[in-house]
Design a protein around this ligand. Sequence first.
Ligand code: BGC
Length: 923
Amino acid sequence: MRHTPALLALLLGSSLPQLALADVVTGIPDSAPAGFEEWISPIVLPSPNTTGQGNWASSVARARAFVAKLTLAEKINVTTGVDVLDRCVGNTGTIPRLGWKGLCLQDSPIGVRFADFVSAFPAGVNAASTWDRDLIEKRGYAMGSEHKGKGVNIVLGPGTNLGRVAAGGRNWEAFGADPFLAGVATAASIEGYQSAGVIATVKHLIGNEQEHFRGGSEAGQVESSNIDDRTLHEVYAWPFAEAVKAGVAAVMCSYNFINQTQACQNSKIINGLLKEELGFQGFIMSDWAAMINGLQPAIAGLDMNMPGFVGYGIGDQNQPDPSTATNSWWGAQLSNMVNNGSLSETRIDDMVTRIFASWYQLGQDKDYPDVSFSQLTQETYLNGVLVNEHVNVQADHYKLIREIGAASAILLKNTNNALPLKVKNLKRIGIFGSDAGANADGPNVCATGQGDHGCSQGTLAQGWGSGTASFPYLIDPLSAIGAHIRSINPTVVVDGITDDFNLNAISAAASLADTCLVFVNSDSGEGYITVDGNAGDRTNLTLWHNGENVIQATASHCPNTIVVAHIVGPVLVESWIDHPNITAFINAGLPGQESGNSIVDVLFEDGDQATNPSGRLPYTMAKARGDYNADVLYKSTDKVPQITYSEALEIDYRHFDANNVEPRYEFGFGLSYTTFAYSGLKTSKSGGLFGRAAEHQTTTTAQSSSSTTLRVPASPGLSSTTTSSSTTLSVPASPSLSSKSASTSASAPTSTSVSVSVSVSVSASASASASASASASASAAASSASASISGSASASAPSSSTVSAPPALSSPINPIGGPTSLYETVATVSFTIKNTGHLAGHEVPQLYLGFPASAGEPPKVLRGFARELIGAGSSTHVSLELRRKDVSVWDVVKQEWVIPEGKFEVMVGSSSRDIKLRGSLEF
Ligand code: BGC
């Protein structure tokens, strides 16, 4: 898919949607290669207009009024970016006539990328490791305040892809491998960001689970994430649904294909899932240069093209007026599409309405700060123009960063209470490993010159790629531990050795020390940067920088060896973890700028901010890489490598449970310096539970049109003579994402029948013309899991198209987040926890459900948690609420959430395998 300038000129000049010909224009889904025929994404048209429902009413009304004043050129300036040479990583055009300055879009999910005087927060994976909704929300608020303070309108976070594969390069940006935990963290982050006034962007919709073949303008091969409908709903879309429910105003589609159709032109995902089923009122933007076509995404529901140009390094990279920009899939092309009748201007109106509604919704029309930094430089002037006012937005966020750094540290081993340490008990301590020390080139510099933290030098406190921020400073562990020890007893000998390959020196110092700390790490990042052979995704799950040997050299001489790992995700520890001299192990994740201070708080009990650890694993740490049931696809010769999510619902711990695989450390695991006892489990159902199925629609606001007329220029796949056909379809009540259903589908077949009328007419200009119209009467039969089509709907299809996929149907628009009843409490689980030790500490009780066997769910799924501070000897009563959605499964036939019949097992514990209390519930 790398475009040469000549090819590009041909593509744009001809105005033809040459790439990905099938789909919304022809009405026929993109076809699948042999053997993958069931992995097809159906077409959902038309793109629904924002309805202004819920608390969006006034913002949408104001947006509509504003949009009514705009010319087509001005509207285009709102939908298309001005490329990447402006002050933010994404910038829309402006509307000078009305004094509208445009929007600044800026990464990242851990701070304001590329800016000075900003904070570098703990990574998403650390936020999730706290299992603390309040802390996660505070983190979102603090980051949102920094973005707003710099004049950013739209923050490009949070990321909430799920860590399907342990080596996934960007897993650290997101919230771990469980949809419920990720959903809570995503919603809390969004509430935090948006209460600060910045528009949050949940990304990447969807199936962006690895970096190899992820796609983008430079990609020669782009993978198709093949996800069945039930898995999509119950696993990968879950956090996105929580984001919409939480009021997120922006969404970013991903680079990859989903069931053969590129995510930013996938009408099932954007029109069907996001805008209809989840009732999303805001706007959806492309990932950067993710678009591979202009017309298809517009019809499929995309609202904003970022950063504007066709691709990195392709054609003119600086077209500051989008309405005249020709090196763009949109820009001037959008007006051509309207003028030649391929696209209705009402679709553009809705794009712009959604963008302005989000702007009003967040109150950005009043006193919003102007952009005061430049992503291009931290200098004050660029080419003689003032671009950086060096506004300091850090406030006292370092305190929160330190707190979250400590709260996210996961204590995985602590033999005979080796931890916490006390300075007064130390005489000589060895601190080993490059991860203990500073980056000699400075915290933001790579010796290779690579930006975006694309290297691993010194202690690791964030990964690499667009999900990064400049450290204002980085407190390394060696300095912080040394400073802490000196503040109490300056006579302690501290041997710090940061050369990972000087094992002789390490062994010698280790044999003299009474306590040894070994710092190791493992890094990863976004695929456009390769570090030490890791093209985003990690090539292995072992430690970097000779880590295993540093640990062995230390442990073979030092009887009290404590290992601290700064890691992006799971690492393998089998070669050293059971060494008798290794007394403790902490997974500290990526703690951000206060790293050293945070680890001091956890390691030592004699500091001002000593913290009893309570972090819990947001993923499983396996004994062997092969114990995970899914892995990165690194090699393929296919143009569209097929990545089928055949493990379906069984990702991470769900697989380990279902298949009796013993992990090294299970999901949800983490120790404390104190002990807790659980008692008194009670379960109670809430009144007013009315039926098993969540009502499919509670509000339906009619959209502008239930049929759409699409006129496209002729393309080679269209017949040159006009054809018209009428088709009768027999289909499930509503199409599933893919015609394949999860094999674990639980729903007892029932009968529903709906009548849907779809009219798609395609007429070609130039020398050819074709039109097809279909009137569909859909009747869901119990046994009918896939569509059968009679008639000649494929009359105008390219020969490679398949007719086996579900047809194009659109549904009414749900309330924001889906049917309201899904979010109502249906049961409460309560219990008591007592701190039975001698130290106050946080406990993280976790509620897992075992669904009735007929539901076909994994043995346990997380459906609730809390983080409770409990004083030594004290007790706390904990009450966790279950929402209808939490006890439902996605019924692929009915296309709705249904509570399965039978007994639910209720399991409460301190990890996914340390279940302390059991009870049951029946609905
Ligand atoms: C990433 C996005 C990011 C965007 C802008 C893309 O490469 O996938 O997550 O927000 O760039 O920097």
